[in-house]
Design a protein around this ligand. Structure first.
Ligand SMILES: Cc1ncc(COP(=O)(O)O)c(C=O)c1O
Length: 498
């Protein structure tokens, strides 16, 4: 049987294509009116117009061959240099742009592994130590490159536990990771102490500043009353830091598809390159993981840094920190809720106090009220990444959050309805293999071929039914197991938030 949506014999006219896309887009999360708290980073309409223009202009270009596109080589080198300056590096700092934070982290781990192959011949099972809060992309890196990613527990402030870190370092340890800040709680690990440990052991320390790279430097320079807790030095000021990742497509406000990986000097960076000398297609050289490297995000990354400058990013940091203060104080004023740790910038984890309402049930309630929020596990929580524009909706959001909190407290049974028990199970069940297999099935469902007809022939007004969210209808667990797990989670959920 042919796939349900065959290749059209005749192409559709451009206006039809654009009209279909307009209608499809209307089914997306409403980020333009600030109802979404993640995935999208927006500066201002003027800035976005510039980025769109630059990315479009370089649409056809390819940085795979920097000799053919000298413009891209220059723009990339200047972007690296501006970021090195921002991160207190010197003229020895080198780096590349990548397609995103994940690719930067993959390269950081690859470079550690290749460095260890060259300098630690006794390492047979390389391992990298990461705080439990480090981004999941490190596990992808470990999976791809055969490196064991070992999780180090956190302290009470959700930063890496230094004692546990010291105890875990062994003969097979080829590197350490810190976050500035981490995704789940928005806190910065104790980088100076970690740098000292790494330097003493003679191993690299990568700082994942994918989220904070283009915000922390400016938050640091704001007067103390603007800040929420101290930010330790986290960049090349710390002698043991050997590499830093920072996403231009997040708070750097470039086009999507742009992150930086910087190394203190070339002796570290050489380990991320691929050089294949015996390929019949010629000597193949590739600086990053991608082959073809789209020029649009590279030129737009340069344009973002060049056009905003320190002044533009500082102004943005002020707007963001003002917005973050309103959200923080609002959350702290709601009985039953608490902030997880002391978030230093605009990324917040919101949990429940002992005996408080289920954060997953609250997230469901917020979604019913038209807000898109992410969920955290361990402890269960709601996750917000703020844009300056969220200032416009802060009061409405907080009012809905108060209302959701009251509702869930008054109706604790909703923790067993909607998506809440499913997230609860995912967070709480000890059978991780089972969870993995079910999430794999869910993903397979999500990426199954669409049912016809093609959107060109007519678009349903509502999105196609299916596993669009991790719904209670989602992963196909046997019902007896779901019930048992739901009961188990409810019992455990109560004790977990204690
Ligand atoms: C701290 C941190 N590191 C890495 C990443 C991965 O970035 P990307 O989604 O661009 O691959 C993220 C994404 O949110 C992040 O928050």
């Amino acid at each position: 049987m042919r796939p349900s949506i065959p290749m059209p014999e005749k192409g559709a006219p451009a206006p039809t294509v654009l009209e279909v896309l307009d209608r499809l887009e209307r089914q997306d999360a409403d980020y333009r009116h600030h109802r979404l708290f993640g995935l999208v980073y927006r500066h201002s309409e003027d800035h976005e117009a510039l980025i769109r223009e630059v990315a479009g202009r370089f649409l056809d270009t390819n940085a795979l061959n920097p000799m053919a596109f000298r413009s891209l080589r220059r723009l990339e080198a200047e972007t690296v240099s501006m970021a090195a300056d921002l991160f207190h590096g010197d003229h020895e700092v080198v780096g590349t742009l990548t397609s995103g934070g994940t690719e930067s982290l993959l390269l950081a781990v690859l470079a550690m592994r290749e460095w260890a192959r060259a300098h630690r011949p006794w390492v047979l099972r390389p391992e990298v130590l990461v705080p439990a809060s480090a981004h999941a992309a490190f596990y992808k890196a470990g999976h791809c490159f055969g490196v064991r990613i070992r999780r180090v527990p956190l302290d009470r402030d959700f930063r890496v536990d230094l004692g546990a870190l010291r105890r875990r370092i062994g003969w097979q340890t080829i590197g350490l990771v810190a976050s500035a800040p981490c995704y789940p709680y928005g806190v910065v690990d104790p980088v100076p102490e970690m740098g000292a440990i790494a330097a003493r052991k003679g191993i690299p320390l990568h700082v994942d500043a994918c989220l904070g790279g283009f915000l922390l430097p400016f938050v640091e320079s704001l007067p103390a009353e603007w800040r929420h807790g101290e930010i330790p030095p986290w960049d090349f000021r710390v002698p043991g830091v050997t590499s830093i990742s920072a996403d231009v497509h997040k708070y750097g406000y470039g086009a999507k598809g742009a992150s930086l990986i910087l190394y203190r000097d070339g002796q570290w960076m050489r380990h991320q390159f691929t050089v294949e000398t015996d390929w019949c297609g010629g000597v193949y050289v590739s600086p990053t993981l991608a082959g073809t490297r789209p020029g649009g995000p590279i030129a737009a990354a340069w344009a973002a840094l060049a056009s905003l400058g320190r002044e533009g990013y500082l102004q943005n940091a002020r707007r963001l920190m003002e917005t973050a203060r309103v959200f923080r104080e609002g959350v702290e004023g709601i009985a039953g809720l608490r902030l997880l740790g002391r978030p230093v910038m605009s990324v917040l984890g919101i949990g429940a106090v002992p005996g408080g309402p289920s954060p997953y049930a609250m997230a469901d309630q917020m979604e019913q009220r038209g807000w898109h929020v992410d969920r955290l596990q361990d402890p269960p929580g709601i996750h917000l990444i703020l844009n300056p524009g969220h200032g416009e909706v802060a009061e409405a959001f907080l009012e809905d959050l108060r209302e959701a909190c009251r509702y869930v407290a008054a109706h604790p049974e909703v923790a067993a309805e909607g998506t809440a028990p499913l997230y609860g199970m995912i967070a709480g069940v000890p059978l991780r293999g089972l969870v993995r297999r079910n999430v794999q099935s869910f993903l397979l469902g999500l990426y199954r071929p669409p049912r016809g007809p093609s959107v060109l022939e007519g678009l349903p007004e509502t999105p196609e039914a299916g596993p669009d969210a991790l719904s209670s209808e989602g992963p196909a667990l046997p019902s007896w197991l779901r019930q048992a797990m739901g009961a188990w989670y409810r019992l455990r959920g109560a004790s977990r938030s204690q």
